[in-house]
Write a protein that binds this ligand. Sequence first.
Ligand code: ATP
Ligand code: MG
Length: 389
Amino acid sequence: MERTILIRIGEIFLKGNNRNYFVSTLKNNIVESLECVECKLVSSNNRLFIVGYSESDEQEIISSLTRVFGIYSVSPAIKMPTDLEKIAETCSEVFPSTGKFRVTVNRADKKIPLKSMDIARDIGAVMLRKAKGGLTVDLFNFDFEVNVDIRENGYSYIFYKKILCSGGLPVGCGGNGMLLLSGGIDSPVAAYLMAKRGVKIYAVHYHSFPFTSEMAKEKVIKLARIVSRYCGPIELAVVPFTEIQYAIKGNCPIEYMITIMRRIMMRIAERLAVEKKCGAIITGESLGQVASQTMESINVTNSVVSLPVFRPLIGSDKTEIIDIAKKIDTFETSILPYEDCCTVFLPKNPVIKPSIKAAEEMETALDIEKLVTDAINNTETIVCDYKDL
Ligand code: ATP
Ligand code: MG
């Protein structure tokens, strides 16, 4: 008899010929997420299991697995040789002896002459007898379900709960994405949602020292570390933005300050994206949330880049975004009151419906190429890993 954790993979099943690639990426991600615990990942007959761990680590392993994208559910289980009498005895020892229950048997091993239903009935009978009246069978309205999975290799797995995990696709299978990461609530959530679809996240943060403090930068690093529990370690580029803001303020109309700033942010993000072989830029924008997120504003900032820009939150309300931020544990950090570079030199009346033509004309007063290149040359790169939290 051996403890094991059964891992069920979700959508990966749909991937036909790519299945091997998806599964091997998932296996790497699982091993990485369990680096700090003594245990082993094994696969047998197209299934994944964690073995070789001590009982006291079980909870920690399960909670790590719930954050690995590509896993649909897990079950702590007991693995034992297929001996139906011993299985029935074990079930009555390890499961509750009160309440309503049912037994479900899955018999992959057709060498066993009994049908699944008959085996389930026999196991149920032993459990009822040993419970001395505490248990009743109820096939529809049960408190717990005993599952017995009889495999072809002579072993059976017994488990009684399925713990739902994050679903999605293994991080790395969906290509690389360059996230614009601010210290706010939205962009860490955008990272989580794109990682859920298998995108490996790289990030860029624009920092306006000394107008934004060292604490503001630390906050962004912390956010990247928190989401890295789901995404894997994130390489974060911290780009100095103060010179650019001075240049815009000194040479362009103030109501276009944010529009032009955001166009330069996008240009820098695209350069970094190409360097890191990212196929898309990701932002935390949500339509209509602020002046820079109207359809016209988005069009004007979008027009300076040719990579696709993913905005997974475009149709979400703030309350929905906050719910996810709380679930992934970024909310409390996001609401710490440090300033963002977007709040420096903030115009009283930013343009709500900017035009591409006007922005382009104003930008002729700037040496954009030099501003972008200088900023990139002075970028600091930090690898953000939750293990450093
Ligand atoms: P967030 O909560 O993500 O900060 P927000 O509601 O504050 O979003 P904005 O400040 O307008 O909205 O930013 C919109 C998006 O632009 C952000 O989600 C992020 O992707 C990007 N962004 C804003 N400020 C920065 C910054 N300093 N560095 C990198 N990206 C940024
Ligand atoms: Mg913000």
